[in-house]
Design a protein around this ligand. Structure first.
Ligand SMILES: *Cc1c(COP(=O)(O)O)cnc(C)c1O
Length: 244
């Protein structure tokens, strides 16, 4: 792996300012190495398992989007912060059961793990009721690992086409998680295959379908080398995650 997966535990706003600057600097360096513009990659902070007290410090340090993989947890943070920080964005990055779509429709701005038409249709109905819209990324399983969600690359064109009538969903790109391995070639290959899938889809894709959400704390530099436009980084900002 090219990245240090976890930063030192961040416990003050100064810690967060420093860690965010360090990640942003590495993003800029990876962009430069790939001949890409520094502003072409967005850092999406992944805040799962981080409590609201530490999150408030991170928000003071400039975090403006919360990346969460569990809807209930994300919704709780939304309830906590909605008054003080009405402009905070919420990105749901983990797989979603259709019975939780109603919560996502209430507060989320982005959903990175769309993997079925049934889920898309449920989200559409719920978004209509809330009079909201949602940016969506189709998740593709590029590693073949069974533990990973996502559809096959060969299914992406069909799913994307079937989203066309669902006017509350704005398809913005593809998302993947690379194989869980130290083999850089394999990880990079997964990212490259997502980029190739996007390139194929773009001939028939709606305008703005141009993003690649790929790369986490341990592999975001490889993802940027392969064209990532959104990197989802948790431990590189907050320190090692504590699931307890
Ligand atoms: C947890 C998570 C991340 C971030 O992982 P880190 O190792 O903390 O950077 C990125 N994407 C998804 C889908 C996740 O669940």
């Amino acid at each position: 792996m090219t990245s240090q997966p976890a930063a030192a535990h961040a416990a003050t706003t100064e810690d967060f300012i420093r860690n965010l600057a360090a990640v942003n600097q590495r993003i800029a360096a990876a962009c430069a190495a790939a001949g890409r513009e520094a502003g072409s990659v967005r850092l999406l902070p992944v805040t799962k398992t981080i409590g609201t007290e530490r999150l408030a410090l991170a928000i003071a340090a400039g975090v403006d989007t919360l990346g969460e993989n569990k809807v209930q947890e994300a919704h709780g943070k939304y309830e906590h912060f909605r008054e003080d920080f009405p402009h905070l964005r919420y990105a749901i990055i983990g797989p979603l059961q259709t019975n939780k779509a109603k919560f996502v429709a209430q507060f989320a701005d982005e959903f990175h793990a769309l993997d079925s038409l049934k889920l898309a249709e449920t989200l559409q109905r719920r978004l209509e009721l809330e009079d909201r819209t949602l940016e969506v990324f189709i998740q593709v399983n590029t590693s073949g690992e069974e533990s990973k969600s996502g559809i096959l690359a060969s299914e992406a064109a069909g799913l994307l086409a079937s989203l066309a009538p669902l006017d509350r969903l704005t398809p913005v790109g593809l998302m993947t998680m690379a194989a869980n391995t130290n083999d850089e070639q394999q990880v990079r290959g997964n990212f490259a295959s997502l980029r190739q899938t996007l390139e194929q889809l773009q001939q028939n894709a709606p305008q703005g379908f141009e993003h690649l959400s790929m790369g986490m704390s341990g592999d975001y530099e490889l993802a940027i080398a392969e064209g990532a436009t959104v990197v989802r980084v948790g431990q590189g900002i907050f320190g090692a995650r504590n699931y307890a």
